[in-house]
Design a protein around this ligand. Structure first.
Ligand code: NAD
Length: 238
């Protein structure tokens, strides 16, 4: 199925959902987990982004987050993020669901973003549970602490943790109503986020995938467009 066909579906749709992953921020210079540059000091993300790793060595995990925050702080939204802002403005019903923690959709101007995996610019206290924004780069002291004295953790969802309360349900509700479902720059192996793709297909949405390579869901997408999101999205959403 061609890009022109996908553009027509999008233009005709009143209700659209977009699910984004690390790939949409790759052209902004933020490494994906599963692509080149995803390693840090020979650690894989799966070995650091877990509650177990944090319990074992909070300083090591914070050093990794500090490094990621430094990279993300230098990044700017790219034409892929901007295209999704245009889509939000154009459509009566639009929901942006992201697995990214980088905040680039916010910076681009997206009004409402369901951040399934949280936000790297927020902190949460492991003791009193309060959470707050912190954009300092680098962080002055590792690991950071809360005003109550408790150890702070990044405000993100780690492998094996539950998503923010109610957010997946809200995403699923939007997907059930969607006429077109865009899947952008995700390897679609992290659950439950990836389950939105078969749900969209079952609910009758046209599924349009944008990725530089084939994924487990390319086969079930109605249209799989191979190429960088920063180039394909502006063509889909002129
Ligand atoms: P992933 O690293 O597993 O997969 C990235 C996907 O993007 C791959 O399928 C790759 O082929 C594709 N891709 C790479 N460059 C692209 C481009 N220019 N255009 C389109 N597609 C491109 O990432 P994921 O699926 O989002 O899942 C992994 C987890 O990683 C998520 O939970 C997310 O929170 C986290 N993560 C977030 C960031 C971020 O916030 N920017 C960065 C790395 C990882």
């Amino acid at each position: 199925m061609s890009l022109e066909q996908a553009r027509e579906w999008l233009q005709a749709a009143g209700s659209v959902v977009a699910l984004t992953g690390a790939g949409i921020s790759a052209e902004s210079g933020i490494p994906t987990f599963r692509g080149d540059g995803g390693l840090w000091q020979n650690y894989r993300a799966e070995d650091l982004a877990t509650p177990q790793a944090f319990a074992r060595d909070p300083r090591l995990v914070w050093e990794w987050y500090n490094w990621r925050r430094e990279i993300i702080a230098q990044a700017k939204p790219n034409p892929g993020h901007a295209a999704l802002v245009r889509l939000e403005i154009a459509k009566p019903r639009f929901t942006l669901v992201t697995q990214n923690v980088d905040g680039l959709h916010d910076l681009a101007g997206s009004g409402r973003v369901l951040k399934l995996h949280g936000d790297i610019w927020r902190m949460r206290c492991t003791q009193c549970g309060s959470n707050w924004p912190d954009r300092r780069v680098p962080l002055p002291k590792l690991p950071p602490h809360c005003a109550c004295g408790g150890l702070a953790r990044p405000g993100v969802v780690w492998f094996g943790e539950a998503l923010p309360e109610g957010m997946m349900q809200e995403a699923e509700h939007a997907v059930r109503e969607a006429e077109v479902f865009l899947v952008v720059g995700t390897s679609a192996v992290v659950y439950p986020a990836a389950s939105l793709i078969p749900l969209a297909r079952q609910s009758g949405a046209r599924v349009v995938e944008i990725n530089v390579e084939a994924t487990p869901y390319s086969e079930i997408a109605h249209c799989s467009l191979q190429g960088p999101a920063g180039e394909i999205l502006p063509q889909l959403i002129p």
